[in-house]
Design a protein. Structure first.
Length: 426
């Protein structure tokens, strides 16, 4: 391969970064996400240190994700009604305050389990608005022509942070304790606030939130997603698989402390293994792919994730656990990034915020139920059984998608080829 060819491939793989606003956003997000992952790892470790209970880890996940279940549909109406940049400046500033409060409680030595649960609920409430705002903001920064690449690069930033953040957290937990992770996370929000502030974007004129029409606008978004068959299928599959199939993170402290008999450094290493697999998957997704390849990615992602999760559940050696974590991370992000791409390319702009709030509801809002179920199973039957149930759910999703691929292939072979349109994606 010549140097010119290599440079051309690099430009293609990172083409969304040619947009100044997206480049600012991506850089700020990378720094902030490293801090978020540090807080996530330290928060789980703190709760297990305070309670030594698998159920309490499940309850922590329940409190953090319950607000998304309760408020995400309303958040979609807000996102479609006001300036996204101003909204993100508010939500990111609120997340900074939340992290600082948690850090203060730990630093003063007054932290109690109920405080961790309460602040997790606050984090989830802010996140219920922040997540659909960030998801729908990407198209404003990179344009529709580079949307797929921008989503893949977002996944790349998320999973780069997923490797770096837990690794740093593992070291800090073993040396100075949880407070250092929480303080660094609070500081990291300054990077994303600064990047959003510097963007050159026109204000959305004539848009304002109307309480009297909020319920009507929300129902309109739900009807649109329900009547658009590809969106309906993608969202339902996501809700089923993410609800119980993605709950491995809440039980990682149990695997480290009770099964592996290891310390916080191994905890950070295991989270990083999942992140490394996810990063490789995100890099794979930077290539341009047609809708048939994207559909196939959903099947492959769910199948690989199920294999990785099942192997991780019963592994008793660190090397095998790291390998299975890598596989699971690769499959999960291949599935999630592909689903995000298909949903965004199918959705009309005027419904984008509300549809992405449905995406957030299915991806994150179903987690409270899954976290409680997984924590309860782990408390009674052990963490390996709970993780095996998650793997079985993912495998069921893969089997359903294999059936759908056969149906779609038969349908497309029986009809003349048509030009690709957003309505045919999914």
């Amino acid at each position: 391969m010549s140097l010119a060819t290599f440079r051309a491939q690099l430009r293609t793989s990172f083409r969304a970064l040619q947009h100044r606003n997206y480049r600012l956003y991506w850089t700020g997000q990378l720094v902030s996400l490293i801090g978020t992952w540090m807080q996530s790892v330290a928060q789980g470790w703190l709760m297990h240190r305070l309670t030594s209970s698998a159920f309490m880890l499940g309850l922590l996940g329940f409190c953090q994700f319950l607000p998304v279940l309760l408020f995400s549909l309303w958040a979609g109406v807000i996102v479609d009604s006001i300036d996204k940049r101003k909204l993100l400046l508010i939500t990111q500033s609120a997340l900074l305050v939340q992290a600082a409060l948690l850090a203060t409680a730990v630093s003063l030595g007054i932290v109690q389990p109920w405080m961790v649960l309460a602040l997790a609920f606050v984090f989830g409430t802010i996140n219920a608005v922040d997540l659909p705002a960030r998801q729908s903001f990407v198209v404003d920064l990179a344009g529709k022509e580079d949307l797929q690449n921008a989503i893949a690069l977002n996944s790349g930033a998320f999973n780069t942070a997923r490797i770096i953040g837990p690794a740093i957290a593992g070291i800090l937990l073993a040396t100075i304790g949880e407070a250092g992770c929480f303080w660094l996370n609070a500081i990291s929000y300054i990077a994303v606030i600064w990047s959003i502030w510097r963007m050159d974007l026109p204000a959305r004129v004539g848009k304002h939130f109307q309480w009297e029409r909020a319920l009507e606008n929300m129902a309109e978004g739900v009807r649109y997603a329900r009547s658009t068959r590809p969106l309906r299928n993608l969202l339902l599959l996501l809700g089923i698989t993410a609800g119980l199939g993605f709950q491995y993170m809440i039980l990682l402290p149990v695997y480290v402390r009770d099964i592996q008999k290891a310390d916080a450094k191994v905890y950070g290493l295991l989270v990083s293994a999942f992140g490394l697999g996810s990063l490789v998957s995100a890099a794979w997704m930077t290539r341009k792919q047609d809708r048939w390849h994207l559909r196939r990615n959903i099947f492959i992602g769910l199948l690989v994730a199920a294999i990785g999760m099942g192997g991780f559940a019963w592994s008793r050696t660190l090397s095998l656990s790291l390998a299975m974590g890598f596989l699971a991370g690769f499959g999960l992000i291949l599935y999630i990034a592909t689903t995000n791409t298909l949903i965004q390319t199918t959705t009309e702009d005027r419904y984008r915020g509300r549809v992405m709030s449905l995406y957030t509801l299915m991806f994150v809002g179903t987690a409270p139920i899954g976290a409680l179920i997984s924590g309860s199973i782990a408390q009674r039957f052990g963490a390996p059984v709970a993780t095996t149930v998650s793997a079985a759910v993912l495998l069921g999703g893969a089997i359903w998608m294999a059936f759908r691929l056969r149906v779609l292939a038969a349908r497309e072979s029986a009809t003349p080829p048509l030009p690709a349109t957003p309505e045919k994606v999914g």
